[in-house]
Write a protein that binds this ligand. Structure first.
Ligand code: DP6
Length: 320
């Protein structure tokens, strides 16, 4: 009744922002993402039931603050009559800082829980269960480029291109290490209820998804870059126009954007994307990675740089 799984975070190029069903955590829009390689979260779940209640250990430290969300995830996956669980998670990158740590944690937790309970589920069902805990977690069940379709009553995941077929690189510029103030879940609801741009955001998503899907199919970096930057800035505009405003950026975030623009003017194949946090992810072609890394590391306010390629789907690493 024990299992361990690893999942990589994924970064959306066409973003999920907004829910159409809060209780079922169904997204209001489809999304397209890339699953990363070297960043990862390992989750071990022990269902031997020797604990009176669930216990969560995050990076070696007991974490009661995050326990209720993990308990809800396991209840949804295994049912409420399950034995209590000891859950241990280990991430090799900053968590809750806009680096998609909830995506990798809930994808790995879902997979480990199902394996620990010896339940046999296909990828689509696993993705739906993980997506209930955190929308973006569903996408970590495919490596490379994945699309999450927003169907009538459920989500549907498909692979657009595997990691080896278009081996782009991602340079992550960390501009702040503390956890963020507002969670994505909370911020999305504020946007849905108050942003005057929210309905336009939802309406236009279909076009951005189609453009990105075709660009990925044709390995057309320039078109993908333009639509991904546009979609990212549009999502942040929705947030900025919310009341209260939701601004995840800091001064260094903006400086990183300027660095990316300068690199583009110098002929580098690179584009930026930013999620619910101040970190900047620069997606680039392999031959430009050294220049992108160098320029971002010299940008004022950048505290740390991480580089990664595109990686695999969530996978099991142990079971007993
Ligand atoms: C900006 O998946 O963290 O990263 O479903 O409420 O857990 P919940 O939200 P979450 O939101 C991700 C938001 C985003 C865009 C994206 O990853 O698509």
């Amino acid at each position: 009744m024990q299992a361990t799984a690893i999942a990589q975070p994924n970064i959306a190029l066409i973003k999920y922002w907004g829910k159409r069903d809060l209780a079922l955590n169904l997204p209001a829009v489809g999304s397209i993402s890339i699953t990363l390689d070297t960043l990862q979260t390992k989750v071990s779940i022990d269902l031997d039931g020797w604990l009176a209640n669930d216990s969560l250990i995050v990076n070696g430290v007991e974490d009661p603050g995050r326990l209720s969300r993990m308990t809800a995830c396991l209840d949804n996956v295994l049912g409420v009559k399950r034995p209590s669980a000891l859950i241990e998670t280990q991430s090799n990158f900053p968590i809750a800082a806009g680096l998609a740590s909830s995506a990798s944690a809930f994808a790995a937790a879902t997979l480990a829980a199902v394996a620990a309970a010896s339940i046999d589920l296909d990828t689509q069902s696993l993705a739906r269960l993980a997506g209930r805990a955190s929308g973006s977690a569903a996408r970590s069940f495919f490596g490379g480029f994945a699309e999450l379709e927003n169907c009538q009553d459920a989500i549907k995941l498909s692979s657009l291109c595997d990691a080896e077929s278009w081996p782009l690189k991602v340079v992550v510029a960390i501009t702040e290490t503390g956890p963020k103030g507002t969670s994505s879940t909370e911020a999305m609801e504020i946007s849905r209820k108050t942003s005057p741009f929210y309905s336009a955001w939802i309406e236009r998503q279909v076009d951005d998804l189609a453009t990105a899907r075709k660009a990925i199919e044709e390995r057309d970096f320039t078109t993908l870059a333009a639509v991904a930057e546009h979609n990212c800035l549009k999502m942040h505009s929705v947030m900025w126009a919310s009341r209260p405003p939701i601004v995840f950026w800091n001064a260094a975030t903006m400086r990183c954007l300027q660095t990316v623009r300068r690199l583009q003017q110098d002929g580098c194949h690179v584009f930026f994307t930013i999620d619910a946090g101040p970190q900047v992810k620069a997606v680039c072609q392999e031959e430009d990675m050294a220049a992108v890394r160098d320029a971002l590391s010299k940008t004022a306010g950048v505290l740390e740089i991480m580089t990664t390629g595109l990686g695999p789907a969530a996978h099991l690493v142990g079971k007993s």
